[in-house]
Design a protein around this ligand. Structure first.
Ligand SMILES: O=C(O)C(=O)CO
Length: 296
């Protein structure tokens, strides 16, 4: 127990930026059985928890994986082929694969990017399957003056052949819903309605939406209704406190337990990825608290 306490504070210090060098060596020296020890608290198991590494840029992926196991997170989002061996070493799942996209602004809504995207996704889709994963992220990209109809048509044209390939490989292409008001000005897939209409036009179980709760609360709110009404088009969720994208506790406007209960009520079996940027010094405590808030 004392050892565990030391380990916990070592990880905490790393995240707080106060013990990066000494503690990182210490982390790798933990014995396997100690790493695999049971959680000190029980989770209900109705939500599968994951996390986005970019919110913990002070940690290496290896270190973040250690933290995940410590607090009950079993998946890591936004990881690509070079990251997968690290996740696999830790027994963690790649819950939202990436690496085929160009970026958030240059994407399927614009024909000029289709050739590159066709190449990238054609290579990546079989790799995702080969490594035992399912979800692969994609984006609409910026509107650049295009009306909705042109954006939908372009996305359908660019995605259709890739969705056919995804069907063969049991992979789901997940287009992320992002806010175009604060963080991603001009992003086209910026409302549930827009994303669902695209999903209907594509008409495949292998194209769905990544519903980012933070982004959608900024754009339209009505989160519980949208989750309930459109869950069949949603393959993954991201969290974040509103406004500011910090902790998801009672310092922000959404009551996350109610949102999680609505998600569970839809029969959702996928992952909920923590994607808030902690502002508290003890970032791991914030992450652990978020897991407990979402553990309904
Ligand atoms: O970049 C963002 O804002 C995201 O939500 C990526 O998942």
């Amino acid at each position: 127990m004392a050892f565990n306490q030391n380990r916990r504070s070592a990880i905490r210090n790393i995240v707080a930026g106060t013990a990066a060098i000494t503690a990182s060596g210490m982390l790798t020296s933990f014995k396997k059985e100690e790493i695999k020890e049971k959680l000190s608290y029980k989770l209900k198991g109705n939500i599968n928890h994951s996390v986005s590494p970019w919110c913990y840029s002070e940690l290496t992926l290896d270190q973040l994986c250690e933290v995940c196991k410590e607090i009950g997170i079993t998946g890591v989002d936004l990881c690509g082929p070079k990251d997968w061996p690290i996740l696999q070493k830790h027994g963690l799942y790649s819950s939202m694969c990436n690496g085929a996209e160009i970026n958030l602004t240059d994407a399927f809504g614009d024909k000029q990017f289709h050739a590159t995207l066709q190449k990238n996704y054609t290579e990546m889709i079989p790799l995702v399957e080969k490594n035992g994963y399912k979800n692969l992220i994609c984006f609409s990209g910026s509107r650049r003056g295009k009306d909705n109809e042109t954006g939908w048509n372009n996305c359908v044209e660019g995605l259709k052949p890739l969705v056919a390939l995804a069907e063969k490989h049991n992979v789901v292409l997940c287009m992320e819903l992002l806010n175009s008001k604060v963080d991603h000005k001009d992003y086209q897939c910026n409302s549930v309605e827009w994303g669902v209409e695209l999903a209907k036009r594509i008409g495949s179980e292998n194209f769905k939406l990544l519903f980012d709760i933070y982004h959608m609360q900024i754009m339209e709110g009505d989160i519980v209704r949208n989750v309930t009404d459109y869950h069949q088009y949603i393959a993954h969720y991201h969290t974040g406190g509103i406004p500011g994208r910090h902790e998801i506790d009672d310092t922000q406007e959404l009551h996350y337990p109610a949102v999680m209960r609505a998600i569970v009520a839809t029969g959702y079996k996928g992952y909920v990825g923590q994607e808030f940027v902690p502002k508290n010094t003890d970032k791991i405590a914030s992450l652990k608290a978020a897991i407990q808030i979402c553990d309904v």
